[in-house]
Design a protein around this ligand. Structure first.
Ligand code: NAD
Length: 470
């Protein structure tokens, strides 16, 4: 019997068989995880539908109190959740890793619980009164990726619950365990059926996208899968929020004093071993200081300890799974074959686990795969430019736009350039920093819709106008 269970209708379910979840630091089995199925999705959707009216009808303050209790539970189980995230996903205990992720999940839950969506009055006079109300969209299907499994689950689930929706969540088969634990904890305080968890891969996810009992899909993952989800959702005209891939550019303005920025530049590129949707994935540096920046950045990168995330001395862990390790290896090999210069890293680490060294690639060009595709690993290509206008144009040349950043001595000047980037978040002298009250989402193929704050809440509602003749 697995220590982990699916949750359907408030009850643990053993699923139909199990599959092994592997620790990317050494390839060992973290746990046998219960296997979900399309039949179990049907059961979960039925329980979510059954719980919907009562949950949506609950007084607002009661839903707030329950979500606050969920945040407290996350805090109380912080250490166990954090260790589990490290063991199934690989990110470190130290630095902005698993502890940071679990703290973030609790913080986002609290902030989301505190948001309000009051009725809006459009007209209120002697003739008529028009008000706009927001109603829960219904049952929400949440499909999450493997890179930040716990916090992305919180980003999906908490706003949905806050406005009165009920949820069926399907985590990635690479990292299902922390989500199963979170849902188990949430069921200590939420009524049965309000949040259900089922595991599975493409077949189960596709079944959710098609399911007539699900009213909305919130999906975080790759662009190709996002397109499939949207295609499936179209069959029943489901609402979708899609948070998809990115290939964020960072531009270092000419003459930038780079030393004080190296730490932020490092985390912008390499947080979670680069496996972050809005990580900096292409760095543009002016020709006049190109070699200086490359060498200083590589020297900084070489000092960062990489290893098993459970060892507190490490700041970066392994690549999260074999599939991703193979992709990263292929991107770097291709860049080398195309004439790029590997300044540090560049070859898979021998030994157990899916380790790839932190890699800085110089003399990268826009036509290399490592630049034009999302490498999603501990690798940064550095590209030379001659004018800022040219750098902005090249940064905007791809069909993705999650984030982007401009780095410079004068933050205001950098902000003016950053606003020209075609992306959902433009950072200055940092990259990837998120805030639960700052709306987050992508433009172009990086997604549809917004998460966080009131804009994010609205995504889980439909509008009803009440128009009264007086
Ligand atoms: P993925 O698209 O392979 O998988 C995401 C989820 O979709 C998993 O749960 C998977 O099991 C499920 N899935 C697979 N096939 C499906 C199908 N046909 N129908 C429905 N569901 C299906 O993505 P991944 O490799 O887990 O995650 C990495 C990607 O996610 C990267 O591109 C990254 O940029 C992106 N991402 C985006 C954000 C964001 O907020 N924009 C955040 C994190 C990750």
């Amino acid at each position: 019997m697995s220590a982990y269970a699916l949750t359907i209708g408030g009850k643990p379910s053993p699923g139909s068989g199990t599959f092994d979840v592997l620790n990317p630091a050494d390839g060992s089995v973290v746990a046998a995880c219960p296997q979900g199925s399309v039949a179990l999705v049907d059961a979960a959707v039925e329980s979510a539908r059954g719980a919907l009216a009562a949950w949506a009808g609950l007084a607002d303050a009661e839903r707030v109190a329950k979500l606050m209790a969920v945040a407290d539970l996350i805090d109380q189980h912080h250490a166990a959740l954090s260790e589990l995230v490290t063991r199934e996903q690989g990110k470190t205990q130290s630095g902005p890793g698993a502890n940071f992720e679990v703290h973030g999940a609790a913080a986002w839950t609290r902030v989301t619980a505190g948001l309000q969506l009051p009725e809006e009055t459009i007209q209120d006079d002697a003739k008529q009164k028009i008000v706009v109300r927001r109603k829960p969209v219904g049952v929400v299907g949440s499909i999450t990726p493997w890179n930040w499994p716990l916090i992305i689950a919180a980003w999906h689930v908490m706003p949905a619950l806050r406005v009165g929706c009920t949820v069926v969540i399907k985590p990635s088969p690479f990292t299902p365990l922390s989500t199963l634990k979170l849902v188990e904890l949430m069921n200590q305080v939420l009524p049965p059926g309000v949040i259900n968890a089922v595991t599975g891969g493409p077949e189960v996810g596709n079944h959710m996208a098609l399911h007539p009992g699900i009213n909305k899909i919130v999906f975080t993952g790759s662009i190709p899968t996002g397109k499939k989800v949207m295609g499936g959702a179209a069959q029943t005209l489901k609402r979708v929020t899609l948070e998809l891939g990115g290939n964020d550019a960072g531009i270092v303005l000419p003459g930038t004093n780079i030393e004080p920025l190296l730490e932020k530049l490092f985390w912008g590129c390499f947080i979670n071993a680069g496996q972050t949707c809005a990580a900096l994935k292409r760095l543009y540096v002016h020709a006049d200081q190109y070699e200086d920046v490359v060498q200083k950045f590589a020297a900084y990168v070489r000092k960062i300890p990489v290893g098993d995330g459970l060892d507190p001395k490490n700041l970066i862990g392994p690549v999260s799974n074999k599939m991703q390790l193979d992709k990263v290896t292929a991107y770097v090999d291709d860049a080398r074959a195309q004439g790029a210069r590997i300044v540090t890293g560049g070859a898979r680490t021998e030994g157990p686990g899916y380790f790839y060294p932190l890699t800085v690639i110089a003399d990268a060009t826009d036509d290399m795969r490592v630049v034009k595709e999302e490498q999603f690993g501990p690798v940064i290509p550095v590209i030379k430019y001659k004018t800022v206008d040219e750098a902005i144009r090249r940064a905007n040349s791809l069909d993705v736009g999650l984030g982007g950043s401009v780095w410079g001595n004068d933050a205001q000047e950098a902000a003016r350039h950053a606003s020209r980037l075609e992306c959902g978040t433009a950072w200055v002298n940092q990259h990837g920093a998120l805030h639960p009250l700052a709306p987050f989402g992508g433009v172009k193929s990086s997604g549809i819709g917004t998460e966080f704050n009131v804009d994010g809440l609205k995504e889980y509602t439909t509008i009803q106008v009440v128009n009264m003749a007086l």
